[in-house]
Write a protein that binds this ligand. Structure first.
Ligand code: TRP
Length: 335
């Protein structure tokens, strides 16, 4: 029996290179080895977008098309919608007894996100909602409802996985061994820096390259990327290791990046030429993704069918699993 992989994405925007190298590249490998459930986490997206349901709904299709365009195979991966699996919501309620509020408040990922979302949660998190504070509980339900044992994620998700394992252990110790502790799988590149040199590429940071960006946008972004500030003239020797252009050469222009590094250090490479070369490499890298994406945009019914079929399979898995869980919890009434 193949183990289940479960991972999820919040449908709040398009995929960028941070997603791609930080997590999605791993999905491509794992889809060949496991039973892969890929959750479009629309309910989780609503925890900080509750007042903007249109945005979440639109991005369900956007992100599904992005994921298909990078080469995930709907014959191997069940794409499903969180909101259509009520078992996840049920399990969230059951698990909420097993977590203290103090523990949730200490979760580093939740803490960081609250600090980033002052506009909705207040300057000191004083307006934090019950739902947002509790989303790690609901994420534990996502994973365990689908019997996920392997969870490919970016490193920002590790505190959520740890919290999930704590819930699993607590559940098993009270109700009996039934849930499996999930293990994370990290990518080789766990985190992709932004164009501005920030440690993390992110939508809210405004420093991301999206898979759907067109040539003009990519050109503009790369031309504005941060390079070695000490390099003034075209043939000054420079330090590629503090240059974002070199950093992206390493990601999408692997074959030539040694040469880029050498020429830069020697002062044989001007920044403008170097950026132009990166733009070309980036467009080449994105080309097959864009072609696939175009296909799905023109066949949106196919995208819907993929979500429908995947959700049906996920529902089956969750229903079967929930029967056993409820038995353990002694709420399996036969009335
Ligand atoms: N919290 C994840 C993110 O923000 C998305 C997510 C939802 C997820 N459910 C999950 C990730 C289950 C892994 C497993 O990207």
């Amino acid at each position: 029996m193949k183990k289940n992989v479960l991972t999820g994405l919040r449908p709040t925007g398009n995929l960028h290179l941070g997603h791609y190298f930080g997590a999605c590249q791993n999905y491509l490998k794992l889809q060949n080895e496991y039973n892969f459930f890929l959750e479009i986490a629309d309910v989780q997206a609503l925890t900080d977008n509750f007042n903007n349901p249109e945005k979440v709904r639109k991005n369900v299709y956007e992100i599904t098309m992005d994921l298909l365009s990078i080469g995930l195979d709907p014959n191997k991966v069940d794409f499903f919608l969180q909101s259509q699996i009520p078992e996840i919501a049920e399990l969230t309620v059951f698990y909420s007894n097993l977590v203290t509020v103090a523990r949730l408040e200490r979760n580093p990922t939740v803490k960081t996100e609250i600090a980033q979302k002052k506009d909705i949660f207040g300057n000191n998190g004083e307006s934090i909602t019950y739902g947002f504070l509790g989303y790690p509980v609901s994420q534990a339900a996502d994973i365990t409802a689908l019997r996920g044992e392997v969870v490919p994620v970016g490193d920002d998700q590790l505190p959520l996985l740890e919290q999930c394992r704590e819930i699993v252990r607590k559940f098993n110790s009270i109700y009996g061994e039934i849930l499996k502790e999930p293990q994370q799988v990290l990518s080789e590149t766990t985190r992709v820096k932004g164009l501005d040199g920030n440690d993390k590429m992110g939508k809210s940071l405004g420093n991301a390259i999206y898979l759907v960006d067109d040539e003009e946008t990519i050109t503009k972004k790369i031309m504005a990327a941060i390079t070695d500030p000490n390099k003034i003239k075209k043939d000054d020797p420079a330090n590629p290791h503090i240059c974002m252009v070199y950093y992206y050469h390493k990601l999408v222009n692997k074959e030539h990046c040694e040469n880029v590094c050498k020429e830069c250090k020697e002062g044989n490479r001007g920044c403008v030429a170097c950026k132009k070369e990166l733009i070309k490499a980036m467009l080449d890298f994105l080309q097959p993704i864009k072609e696939k994406r175009k296909y799905y945009e023109e066949h949106i019914d196919e995208v819907k069918k993929i979500l429908r079929d995947g959700t049906k399979n996920a529902k089956k898995e969750a229903t079967d699993n929930m029967k056993n869980i409820k038995q353990k919890m002694m709420i399996d009434y036969d009335l």
